[in-house]
Design a protein around this ligand. Structure first.
Ligand code: ADP
Length: 462
């Protein structure tokens, strides 16, 4: 991948030769690879003007959209190709990711299966697990040990965790969090809920014992991507003085039957060996999806193993292990996870309002050289930006300032106009699309009242 100076040179070259298609495509690819998504999107659009109906350019544009959670726009970019018989499989996988983002799991699974059947090298186990895709779509030859008559295939209703899974090494690592709740701006209600649930039972055990309450049970954090769920979990660990284990899908999901379950067990054991510990599962909807939606027994098996680990072999098994999980799609989660002692508390992590945005910006800038700064002014022009977007704004402003400082030969501090300029070039996460999906679920599938907390948010204008 190019370094920043190389990228800058490429930008300059493209500016001087705006009609040079290979150059613009190369620039767009590099921007995408480096994660400058809004700029990559603009470059792919420009390239598409030069080469309409170019499948590679459309794929690049769609990927830029998907990674910004603009799923509808991604599908629009792919649409001219999807109906064609020779549609490149790569476009099919992108369409699957976009359809999944839109909540159309069945169509996404169909697209994915078709694409991977035609080009097995495109297999993406994490995506496949979210789609509960058929096993042959997950990878190359005989990925499941070639044992279709083994116990996990015993007819689809295999609902007990395997009794003695051999040991595995956990790939997640134990961290010490340097953040506490003081590093989390806004979210007062959320922090309060976590304090009562996680911190007080440990800090004041006598009080809880007097009321016959035990510490335990996990918390499911849900909300739009980038709103700060991971940051909050890490801060909870720091606040407690507990170790922190951050588990991503790649730490657990494995295409070989039985391995994902072993990885789960090893991860819980790692947390148990490091108590007190906050064990955090990101994108938990992939590990805890509704079993009724799953066509494959082995996927249900992962869910069952997860439930078994949450319950523990005895009531002390998870003593001192606080399980937090995050998802952007809480409605896909099997209700069994919401029973007492499991993820029995759902906490909505909302997008920040103006004063929270100002506070987040203040935290993000606090270690940087800054001149006087009007955070409120920046908060006003960043409506609908979530924490991750604001971090993008600050990172971009710092990058620009660094360039200026290098040319000037001295450190020039960041000031309000730098953040205002950077805010213009960052395309925020689509909170609006997330709210639209949430609205569908809250209004049409809220029998249990699980999403009551979301009600005022989805009624607001986005
Ligand atoms: P999520 O897990 O919801 O997708 P993250 O926790 O990864 O979001 O948030 C991305 C980044 O945004 C964090 O690393 C942090 O720097 C910043 N951030 C988000 N919310 C806050 C907040 N309330 N206060 C301070 N920083 C925040």
């Amino acid at each position: 991948m190019l370094d920043d100076a190389g990228l800058q040179a490429l930008r300059e070259a493209a500016r001087l030769s705006p009609d040079n298609l290979p150059l613009r495509r190369h620039l767009a690819d590099q921007l995408l690879a480096k994660g400058y998504l809004a700029e990559a999107e603009a470059e792919f659009r420009a390239a598409l003007v030069l080469a309409p109906k170019d499948a590679d350019v459309s794929a690049g544009l769609a990927e830029a959209f998907v990674r910004q959670s603009s799923f509808g726009e991604a599908l629009a970019a792919l649409e001219p190709f999807l109906g064609e018989p020779g549609c490149p499989p790569r476009l099919g996988v992108l369409a699957a990711r976009a359809l999944l983002g839109e909540g159309d799991v069945a169509a996404a699974a169909h697209r994915y299966h078709d694409a991977v059947t035609r080009d097995p090298s495109l297999a993406d186990p994490a995506l496949a697990a979210r789609l509960a895709a058929p096993p042959q779509a997950l990878g190359g030859p005989a990925p499941y040990g070639g044992a279709p008559s083994g116990p996990a295939y015993g007819g689809g209703a295999y609902d007990a965790p395997s009794p003695a899974t051999p040991a595995a090494e956990a790939s997640a690592e134990v961290e010490r969090s340097r953040f506490t709740f003081a590093d989390v701006a806004g979210m007062e209600a959320v922090k309060e809920a976590l304090k009562v649930k996680l911190l007080l039972p440990i800090q004041q055990p006598e009080l809880f014992a007097a009321f016959g309450k035990r510490a335990g049970g996990g918390v499911l954090l849900y909300g739009p991507p980038g709103a700060g769920k991971t940051h909050l979990a890490r801060a909870a660990a720091g606040e407690l003085g507990a170790s922190f284990v951050n588990v991503g899908l790649a730490d657990i999901l494995d295409m070989y039957i039985g391995s994902s379950e072993r990885n789960l067990r090893a991860t819980f054991d790692l947390a148990r060996r490091n108590r007190p510990c906050v064990l955090f599962f990101d994108e938990v909807d992939a590990l805890a999806a509704r079993r009724s939606d799953m066509r494959q027994a082995h996927n249900r098996q992962i869910v069952n193993q997860f439930l078994a680990e949450l319950d523990g072999v005895d009531q002390d098994a998870n003593e001192g292990v606080l399980v937090l999980a995050a998802t952007n799609a809480p409605w896909y989660i099997d209700v069994a996870f919401r029973r007492p002692g499991r993820f029995d508390q759902l906490v909505f992590v909302p997008p920040p309002d103006a004063s929270a945005r100002a506070a987040i910006l203040r935290i993000l800038c606090r270690d940087k050289p800054i001149a006087e700064m009007d955070y409120d002014a920046v908060a006003r022009v960043t409506e609908h930006f979530v924490g991750a977007d604001l971090k993008g704004v600050v990172d971009r402003a710092v990058e620009a300032k660094l360039q200026q400082s290098i040319s000037a030969g001295r450190a020039i501090p960041l000031a309000t106009p730098d953040l205002l300029a950077a805010a213009k070039s960052v395309r925020p996460t689509s909170v609006r699309e997330w709210m639209a999906t949430a609205r569908n679920y809250v209004l049409h599938a809220n029998d249990s009242g699980a999403w009551d907390e979301l009600m005022p948010w989805i009624k607001a204008k986005w």
